[in-house]
Each structure stands twice: as C-alpha cells, then as structure tokens.
Design a protein around this ligand. Structure first.
Ligand code: SF4
Length: 503
C-alpha cells in the first residue's frame, strides 16, 4: 500500500494549453451568461459550475474528444481533465446539454473575449487577413438526401416494403409456430419509422433551391447540410470558413455555410470579421486592409463584396498560374495520366481566349475568322455565372479545316459553342482583379496567403483532430465550428510569455 499525494493545481503546467484554458476561464473570461441555466435551487443535486464544463469541453476539443461520453470518461480517468474539472466528474448528458444549449450570442461573446486577450497579448496584426474554407462531414447521412421527388419515391418504396413484410408475417403466423416472428416485427417497425420520418419531413419542409433557382437535394437528417465534393470524395456536411489574421494566425471570424461553393461567402465573412474586430475596440478594422483568398472565392459577387467593404483584395482567377512565368515548367511534376489528359485537352480544343470580339462588327470571331451568333443572352453557367452563349453556324463548322482543334467531337453535326461571362468584359471587377494579381506586388501579396491560412486548417483538422461535426442544424454546427476556432486561438495564447513557465 502506498499513499501518493496529488496536487491538481500542479497538473496544469504553465506553457501548456490546459494551463491557459484554466487561467483564462477562472480569471479572465466572463462566463456569467451561462450562470442562469446552472443556478442551484432547493431541490436536486447541485449544478456543475459552467466554468468547469467549459474547461473540460474546450480541452476535450483540443484533444479531438468531441463526444460527451468520452469527455465524461476522461474526467474520471485522465489527470489533466480531473484537474480542470476540479475533481468533479460531470456525466455525459450534462456535458452534451451544456454544448448544445449554448446560444449564438454566448459563443460570439466567448469568441470575442478570447480575441480581446489575443489583442492584449499582441497577437493581432490587423493588416493582412486571409480566408479559406474546409468541407467537413456533419452528423447526417448521404443516404437520406434527395430532391423531394426522390424522397417521395423512397417513401412509396418503404410503404410497399412494409405492406409486403406484414403480408409475409401474417402468412407465417397462419402456419403456426414462427421462429422468425420477433425479427420480422422489428423489421416492420424499423421500416415504418423510416417511412414516417420521410413523410414528416416532406410535410414540414419546402423543396430547397440553389443559387440558380433550381431545386437541389435536401437532407432528411439535417436539412441545413449539403452534399459537397471534397478531395476525399462526396460528404454530407458543411463548408466551414475562417478568416485568419496574418501576424500570428489568429482566427478573427468563423462561420459555416450549408453550401459547397465559396462564390458568395465573402460578404458574410467580411461582415463577421468587421463585427468581431469592432467588438474588441478596433475602428474601421477592414478599411484598406489586405484580404487574400484562393481561386474558389473568385466571383463577381465576392469581388463586389470586397469593393463594398473597401478592402485591398487579392483573389486570383483559376488561370492565374498559367499566366505566371514562374510556373512555366510546373506541369513537369504532373503524373503521366494527367499529362496525357492535358495534352489531349490542349491539342483538341480552342479555348475562349482563342476567340475575340470584333468591336466594329459587334460580333465574336472564331480562330477561323467566322462570326458566331448569339444563342442565348441570359445563359447561366454551372458555377452560376451569367453569360452569353454564342454558337458558330453548323454549316460553317462542318466545312472548317480547324474543326479537329476546335470541336470536342470533330464529327459533331453542331457548331462550336462558347459561353462568354458577362462580367468578364474588359474593365469589369474580374478583369481588374486579373490585372492586379498579374503584377509583381499582386503575386507577392497573394503568395503570403498560403503561409497564413493553410497551417490553421492543418492544425484544426490534423493536429487537434477536429475533423467532423457531431451536432445537427446550421446554428449548432456553427457553434461547434466556433468552438474549434476558439481552441485554436487559445493555443496561440498558451504560447505567449504571459502564460509561459517562469524563467
Ligand atoms: S470549327 Fe467552327 S468555330 Fe471552330 S474555328 Fe472552325 S468555323 Fe470557327
């Protein structure tokens, strides 16, 4: 037998994240907005202090422990969690209720308080902001997605299966002893529950429409989430965006969108950044400041938002590297299959750049010198760009010697089609941005984006292990994303001299 004295305070060593979380929440952060929900009355067990709950949740998130049952277990088994919880062991339902009952105002208040500490510790530069997004899976299944017509079909099929299963069950019943009876009953119950769920969803929700006004897929489990294509395949989830300050990579604003494209995200992100920075006492925090974002954000809507917010934006178009002499031989690193595709692509087809406008004639002229006619003045591309669709007369293309280089299928009986985006005319915002990015200063400034924002997402996803959302609904998922970003910022504070071990 041995008695080992354990000092819980000594478990929280200066210079560590747990120490920073403990000190900030005990001494610096005002958590009074949580107190009302955790007040003790004459009945029942004493409520846990919200400070304790907040500390274990934030520390759990920093270790990739997102589930309340795992946090509960850690509070019993892990000495750092025990120290943060002051020896208490909140159960999973208390932890889950604490996280999901957090309101938008509470989390924004918490976020700005931490941002204020970052400002006081000299972590905010306020001159260059970079933004980016990350598509993360949410607590919803892809299988429960579809347009309303698909869901109706699924509902009909489920009802049919229920009828068949009941008939099968009744027939088996008539033959006396049925060893599979219980299993069949459970299956019927499950099928009925699924059918009821879809029926309820269809009755309560209108079809979801996309940016082009057409119906897009809805999700029965989480109606705010969307199917998104990522480098790891298609996920059902949210597009989590963050705006990062260039000096010490502190996140100044975080927001999720139930939309896989970034083409309209700039305005809400800039607005959120302005609000957060004003809340910590900065005046006109974005005026004339540099904002850089990758090509995903290159759209007229986003560039207009930058113009309205009076920021010095650097958002390149998808072809900016092709015009950059420094990347002239970048394609040598491509895999053989990509190289083959690239060769095939460039060899077989003229691009939009090979066509030009004849201002005198007011026509679009093809490389063979023939005029194209306007097929549709109000064409909308897949990415949502308003365009003009031009088409070459089929008769001319059929006799053209350049058809092998121009048409995707040289045997096609149709003429070449070109979509010319309306806002890409000379002098447009898009045109101005292209010119700005192609300057030496533009390339140098944009080059900093990678070093500012990408490590932040690497830290959140790979180092901290926060790689999926466990809550449902945009409001709660947004709250969880802000908690992830808060943990990242706390990590920055933990590394400052004020929270470091005494020399
Ligand atoms: S194929 Fe048609 S559009 Fe293309 S270059 Fe020839 S005539 Fe012009």
């Amino acid at each position: 037998m041995m008695m080992v004295p354990v000092s819980l305070t000594d478990q929280l060593m200066p210079g560590t994240l747990e120490y920073a979380i403990h000190r900030l929440i005990e001494e610096r952060i005002d958590t009074s907005s949580f107190d009302a929900a955790y007040a003790n009355d004459e009945r029942g067990r004493s409520a846990y202090d919200p400070k304790v709950l907040l500390k274990v949740v934030l520390f759990g998130y920093s270790r990739g422990i997102l589930h309340s049952r795992r946090i509960e277990r850690a509070c019993k088994e892990n000495i750092t969690f025990i120290a943060l919880a002051c020896g208490q062991a909140p159960d999973h339902s208390t932890v889950a209720a604490f996280v999901s009952s957090m309101g938008q105002e509470q989390i924004v208040d918490l976020f700005t308080q931490v941002l204020l500490v970052c400002e006081e510790e000299g972590l905010l530069g306020g001159t260059h902001f970079s933004l980016d997004g990350l598509k993360l899976s949410s607590n919803a299944s892809k299988e429960w997605s579809g347009k309303h017509s698909d869901l109706k079909k699924k509902h009909v099929n489920l009802r049919k299966k229920v009828t068949e299963a009941i008939a099968e069950h009744q027939q088996a019943d008539r033959h006396g002893n049925d060893p599979d009876g219980q299993r069949r009953e459970q299956r019927i119950k499950r099928l009925e529950q699924k059918a009821d769920r879809i029926e309820k969803f269809l009755a309560q929700n209108e079809p979801k429409t996309g940016k082009r006004g057409k119906e897009i897929q809805s999700n029965v489990t989480d109606k705010d989430s969307a199917k998104m294509t990522t480098s790891h395949g298609v996920v059902q989830g949210y597009n989590a965006n963050a705006v990062v300050d260039g000096q010490h990579q502190v996140i100044v604003h975080a927001e999720v969108f139930g939309d896989g494209t970034d083409s309209t995200a700039m305005a809400p992100l800039l607005e959120g950044t302005r609000r957060n920075l004003e809340a910590i006492g900065k005046e006109a925090p974005l005026k004339d400041k540099i904002v850089s974002a990758d090509t995903g954000y290159f759209s007229t809507t986003n560039l207009q938002a930058c113009e309205d917010a009076q920021v010095d934006a650097y958002v390149p178009d998808p072809k900016f590297r092709e015009r950059d002499v420094r990347f002239a031989d970048a394609k040598r690193h491509r895999r053989p299959t990509d190289k083959h595709k690239l060769k095939y692509k460039t060899k077989s087809r003229f691009s939009n750049d090979d066509f030009h406008f004849d201002d005198a004639l007011g026509k679009l002229i093809c490389p063979a010198g023939n005029a194209l006619y306007i097929k549709n003045r109000n064409f909308s591309t897949k990415d949502g760009y308003e365009s003009i669709a031009y088409q070459a007369p089929a008769k001319i293309c059929r006799a053209c010697p350049l058809r092998a280089k121009c048409l995707q299928n040289p045997d096609s009986k149709y003429g070449r089609q070109i979509h010319y985006k309306k806002d890409q005319r000379p002098g447009s915002l898009i045109d101005q941005m292209r010119e700005k990015i192609d300057t030496q200063l533009g390339r140098k400034t944009y080059g900093k984006r990678l070093a500012i924002v990408e490590p932040v997402f690497g830290n959140i996803r790979a180092c901290k292990g926060m790689d999926r959302f466990t809550l449902r609904g945009k409001l709660k998922v947004n709250l969880q994303w802000m908690l992830y970003c808060l943990v990242h910022n706390l990590g920055k504070i933990a590394a400052t001299p004020a929270y470091a071990p005494a020399a």
